[in-house]
Design a protein around this ligand. Structure first.
Ligand code: C2P
Length: 202
């Protein structure tokens, strides 16, 4: 009887590289006395990965997840700081004040939503937005404890509650001045007014 030649696609042993790629194991079949490698499809399956690839997926998978989460959360935190900056401007920025006296304070404190209940002290800065923002970098600011102090003075009006009930209508006294100020910054944006300083040498 003549020896049967191995038929491609039937009992032909897979080339070594291919067997590795598809996870073929060493099942063998005897055909006319000749032993042929046969894939062990059932026990290991087509989807088996390279051990090295598997290790990389296990090691890098969580890292990739943290990276993706970071990418997703960074814009959220920036958006939050933008909101706090907008809130800061509402509470503390008035480019063109009228009067800078008690009536001014009573009207602007109400207008900016700071009278429910009456806020005890609140300062309005009358500079440009860019000069105020620049306190958070070296252009117009320097470290001051946990805050930043402005290098240049600003026209400011501080409104102080006259006392009594903290329910509206709220009565205020005004103090107008030209002072350096301290603010808290987050991501390069002012988010809280801390205090103002009387300029002693000028
Ligand atoms: N505040 C102010 N001006 C000052 C002192 C205090 O506007 N000279 C405000 C600040 O408000 C401060 C609060 O009063 O936190 C209580 O002292 P904000 O944090 O809203 O900027």
């Amino acid at each position: 009887m003549s020896r049967l030649a191995p038929q491609p696609g039937r009992n032909t042993p897979a080339p070594p590289g291919l067997s590795r790629a598809f996870g073929l194991s060493r099942g063998s079949v005897a055909l006319s006395g000749e032993a042929f490698e046969e894939p062990n499809w059932r026990s290991e399956g087509m989807g088996r990965k390279e051990p090295l690839l598997e290790e990389m997926v296990i090691l890098l998978g969580p890292l990739l997840l943290v990276f993706m989460l970071g990418l997703g959360l960074a814009p959220l935190s920036l958006a939050k700081d933008e909101d706090r900056y907008t809130h800061f401007l509402t509470q503390h920025y008035d480019a063109k004040p009228k009067g800078r006296d008690g009536r001014y304070c009573e009207s602007i404190m109400k207008q900016r939503g700071l009278t429910r209940p009456c806020k005890e002290v609140n300062t309005f800065i009358h500079g440009t937005r860019n000069d105020i923002k620049a306190i958070c970098n070296d252009k117009n600011g320097e470290p001051y404890n946990n805050f930043r102090r402005s290098k240049s003075p600003f026209q400011i009006t501080t409104c102080k509650h006259k006392g009594g009930s903290n329910r509206p209508p709220c009565g205020y006294r005004a103090t107008a001045g030209f002072r350096t100020i301290a603010v808290a910054c987050e991501n390069g944006l002012p988010v809280h007014f801390d205090e103002s300083f009387i300029i002693t040498s000028q």
